[in-house]
Design a protein around this ligand. Structure first.
Ligand code: 1HE
Length: 278
């Protein structure tokens, strides 16, 4: 595992580092400690997602090495992701379109419901399928260059990568509909205010902040991270009665882990950090 210095900008990966996953011209993955940094490497096409890139993402997350504690996704060049590769859309019929959308669902589910929490580092265009990809991640960091749009509305199509399920959970169906009806573009400040992203940083700082957060998340008890990724969203979809029951089950399992017992003991013995106002 190569422990690379935290990058200051989205100029990444360093030329002298070796990826542990390499799909040439599509995607690479490098280690920063135990954080897997996944880079979309199609900058000439603004990291637009063609089918091979969707497959590469799915494979990378399905085969995430056991030593990974968290992951980061970002895009090479000036943009995070320009969404679906529109050049692939021209000749597709309805049945092929259905299967294509389901392929995106499988790939983005592999991110959302994978082994490790994923932080998206967003800059430049985060549009169409780019927002769908970002919304499948667990935490989103946007820098001041980021802009968010759903141009599907003006292109005569609809979202197909899970956007109609995930985006309303972040900003509400009504705001999503406005983005698609009117072609509205939000900047990073808007995005933070609306809940499209959790953190906003200066231009060029998204990747470094995302890695910092991923390293911190990776220090959590694994079962806590698992519960946040796999139980919390499902509880949110359940009735209150079922949700409370599921919560009790996952709480009991989580607090039974040796690492939880040790961390509680450390606090009670004055060995753990207190919560302080920020
Ligand atoms: C593309 C794509 C793409 C760029 N598919 N080729 N997404 C969109 O509707 C967004 C379309 N893209 C743009 O609005 C702009 O390209 C950007 C704002 C992202 C960047 O602008 P810019 O000036 O930096 O780059 P560019 O000159 O527009 O593009 C550079 C090249 O990338 C150019 O190709 P070239 O061969 O002429 O050099 C572009 O054609 C190409 N390119 N974006 C294909 N998206 C699961 S359903 C999801 C549905 C959607 O995502 S729909 C939204 C699609």
């Amino acid at each position: 595992m190569t422990d690379l210095a935290t990058p200051a900008t989205h100029v990444w990966p360093p030329a002298d580092s070796t990826p542990f996953v390499d799909h040439p011209g599509l995607l690479q993955a490098h280690w920063v400690g135990a954080v897997a940094v996944i880079t979309l490497t199609r900058p000439a096409k603004r990291n637009a997602m063609n089918d091979p890139l969707v497959h590469a993402l799915k494979s990378t997350f399905e085969h995430m090495p056991a030593q990974a504690v968290a992951a980061v996704i970002h895009g090479q060049g000036d943009h995070f992701c320009a969404g679906l590769d529109l050049s692939e859309l021209q000749e597709r019929d309805a049945v092929e379109g259905l299967h294509h959308s389901r392929m995106w669902h499988t790939a983005l589910n592999a991110i959302e419901y994978g082994r490790v929490p994923v932080v998206a580092a967003l800059h430049g265009a985060v549009v169409g399928g780019g927002i769908e990809l970002a919304s499948a991640c667990h935490i989103r960091v946007a820098d001041d260059s980021a802009f968010f749009a759903l141009p599907e509305g003006t292109r005569g199509i609809f979202v197909g990568g899970g956007g109609s399920v995930r985006i309303p959970r972040l900003i509400g169906a009504s705001r999503m509909a406005d983005m698609m009806f009117t072609g509205r573009v939000y900047n990073a400040t808007d995005a933070e205010r609306l809940g499209l992203c959790h953190y906003k940083v200066d231009a060029g700082g998204a990747l470094a902040k995302a890695i910092e957060l991923a390293q911190r998340i990776g220090q959590n008890a694994p079962m806590t991270n698992y519960a946040l990724m796999h139980a919390l969203p499902r509880i949110a979809d359940q009735t209150a009665d079922h949700g409370l029951f599921t919560e009790s089950l996952i709480a009991a399992i989580t607090e039974n882990a040796p690492i939880a017992k040790e961390r509680i003991r450390a606090f009670l013995e004055g060995r753990a950090a207190k919560v302080r106002a920020s």
